[in-house]
Ligand binder design. Structure first.
Ligand code: PBG
Length: 346
């Protein structure tokens, strides 16, 4: 017969008695009940924090699923009007528009970006005249329009800064003319915020806001977005000569500082969860309206894990969105916006 092992001892003077150690400081006291957890909660996510990015495609009555973005579809203008009305009814304050440009309209000089009748401009006009008072944010960058999928114009192998900025200043004016409330440059060329501000003011759009993608990193998490706008197929090379190196935080803050000095009304950090430190530092340093973009790859990861039964979709989604608020975001761009709004409203 074997003798039973003696009970394990922690070596504390009174085993299981932490009175001396805690001296009454029990953090768990406030966590006991729902009502108490609610009282001591520091951050909140509201529907008013959400911006919904949507994809546009030519045609009518079209909703074209994007395989790498479950439950996200490219929508024709009429469908986008319906969807934005629903979003507005849910209390979502703004949508961000991104076009899938017909491949035949993509060229070296991104000429379709300057067409006042392009998909984004038509959608913008349709949404703004549909009676809904939702805010419309339009993307300024050339990747949905170039045959090479880069955000700027190319000369040889170089993405040339200043000619790209000049092109995007005009792009901003035609979007403002179409009724865009907020111009959101996502291209990371130098000096574009100042050039866009000057162009808008010169064209009589001094009230048009600028939300700058100030700290945008050269990230692997944009893949599904590129599928949605069709630039996965066109993109040659990568975007590391203009988007930030994922290793650099101080440089990201310098980018934000420049955009602020050039006239950005709101700044953004992108992607989201992998860059919460940048978001936190940006808010701490500038105290400006600061947004996070939970990008396509982040959305796809949560959806894919949930589809496999590996995480709970709803709670993972809400936790990820709340994390942005805790880190200092005033709002979040997310493909989850309508799903999250429904949960917040119930
Ligand atoms: C390009 C642009 C990108 C995104 C928004 N605007 C992708 C890129 O830089 O290649 C990504 C958004 C997402 O992944 O959800 N101007």
């Amino acid at each position: 017969m074997t003798t039973p092992a003696p009970p394990l001892s922690t070596g504390f003077p009174h085993d299981h008695d932490l009175t001396d150690i805690l001296q009454g400081r029990r953090m768990r006291r406030n966590r006991q009940t729902d009502w108490s957890r609610s009282l001591v909660r520091e951050s909140t996510l509201t529907v008013g924090d959400l911006i919904w990015p949507i994809f546009l495609v030519e045609g009518t009555a079209i909703r074209q699923p994007v395989e790498s973005l479950p439950d996200v579809s490219r929508m024709s203008v009429d469908e986008a009007v319906t969807a934005t009305r629903e979003a507005s009814d849910l209390g979502i304050p703004a949508v961000a528009l991104f076009p899938y440009t017909d491949p035949a309209l993509r060229d070296e000089s991104a000429s379709e970006a300057l067409n006042p009748q392009n998909l984004v401009c038509r959608a913008c006009r349709a949404i703004k005249t549909s009676g809904s008072d939702i805010g419309v944010i339009t993307d300024v960058a050339l990747d949905p329009y170039t045959s090479h999928g880069q955000d700027g114009l190319m000369v040889g192998n170089e993405i040339v800064n200043d000619p790209s900025v000049a092109h995007m200043a005009v792009q901003s004016i035609i979007q403002a003319e179409a009724g865009a409330d907020v111009i959101a440059p996502s291209d990371m060329m130098d000096g574009r915020v100042g050039a866009i501000r000057r162009a808008l003011d010169g064209a009589g759009f001094s009230n048009t806001q600028i939300m700058a993608y100030s700290a945008k990193f050269a990230s692997s998490f944009y893949g599904p977005f590129r599928d949605a706008v069709g630039s996965s197929a066109t993109l040659k090379g990568d975007k590391r000569t203009y988007q930030l190196d994922p290793a650099n935080g101080d440089e990201a803050l310098r980018e934000v500082a420049l955009d602020v000095s050039e006239g950005a009304d709101m700044v953004m950090v992108k992607p989201g969860l992998p860059y919460l430190d940048i978001l936190y530092r940006t808010k701490q340093a500038f105290q400006l309206p600061t947004f996070a973009y939970q990008v396509s790859g982040e959305y796809a990861m949560i959806r894919a894990a949930a589809a496999n039964g590996w995480i709970d979709e709803e709670s993972a989604m809400m936790e990820s969105l709340l994390a942005f608020k805790r880190a200092g975001a005033d709002g979040v761009l997310s493909y989850f916006a309508p799903m999250a709004a429904q949960i917040l409203n119930r």
